[in-house]
Design a protein around this ligand. Sequence first.
Ligand code: MG
Length: 387
Amino acid sequence: MINIAILGSTGSIGRRALDVLRDLGPDHARVRALVANRSAERLADQVREFRPDFVGLVSEESATDWADQWPGGGAPDVSFGPACLEAAAELDSVDVVVVATVGSIGLRATLAAIARGRSIALANKEVLVCAGDIVMAEARRHGSRIMPIDSEHSAIFQCLWGNDPRAVRRLILTASGGPFRGATLEKIRGATREDALAHPTWSMGDKITIDSATMMNKGLELIEAHHLFDIPHERIDIVVHPESILHSMVEFLDGSVLAQLSTTDMYLPILNALTWPERIPNPVPPLDFAAIRSLTFEPPDPQRFPCLGLAHRSIAEGGTMPAVLNAANEVAVAGFLAGEIGLLDIPDLIGRAMKAHSLVAEPSLEEIFAADAWARREVEVLCSSRT
Ligand code: MG
């Protein structure tokens, strides 16, 4: 029996996690806490179904929306504001915290859960991008297990299982290539919000879909893999695999490569993170290799997708630089979604912020938050000067 808190329960990962928990049933998994950003209506439906002990809404402006969901009165108690993420992560009744928030907001709650020895099922890759050294050291100190929900990292975790980590030569992350895989630089430059949101294989939230279009998603995943598996970034390669069926690979010293393949559905990495080392039958249709016929691979193009190079550079420089990369990216993506800047302005603004940043080599958590806040202001100014 696992007792679960879901941070970000109304987003695409949070909703799929609840599908998994519904199928596992109340004898195997109990939902103890649900926290959403601001979708009061969706959260109210989840609360009616799963009856958690704790409910939170990060956005305080959602208070009237929440009250509207309970017209006859009797609305369950709700905590408002960003601190409700930490409150949910710290509940005594919880043993696994699903961190499915978006952006660096999930960091404090993840650390709060780790400090209490909870297991983390991590979908919020920005947590490791910003503060991977601190998060992994704290997890080791408190004996907290961090299970990846990201499909690529779930694949690598499964390929590494039972193998000697010293025998690993390199990790190979697969990337779908996003909607602009075959597009010219001019096409990418002129891309609209709708073009960029049309992902060919995965259905995800807006922020991560734009990150896929710029391939920053793979850059963030590179940093995430470096921390999760303690492998230098130079030994993590990226290969474009448009079918999104082979989710990543590990190459060993003898040249053997282990890969993990499965149907393109986040249900599977979520189930894996929550129930490992068990393998649980589930309703996701299995792969049909005769229908798939071929799997293809190609190298990524650093010219059309400069975010990959920026991610490598940020981790080579280390310290606060990955946090700056991440915060600059979050603000630039929001600027693109708001129609303020073009798609190629995203890597341009991130590069400018990185160049202007005064690096702190071994930052404390507060110095990471300060670098994050600095990069946000910097890119907001750069964004508004372009509109
Ligand atoms: Mg992924």
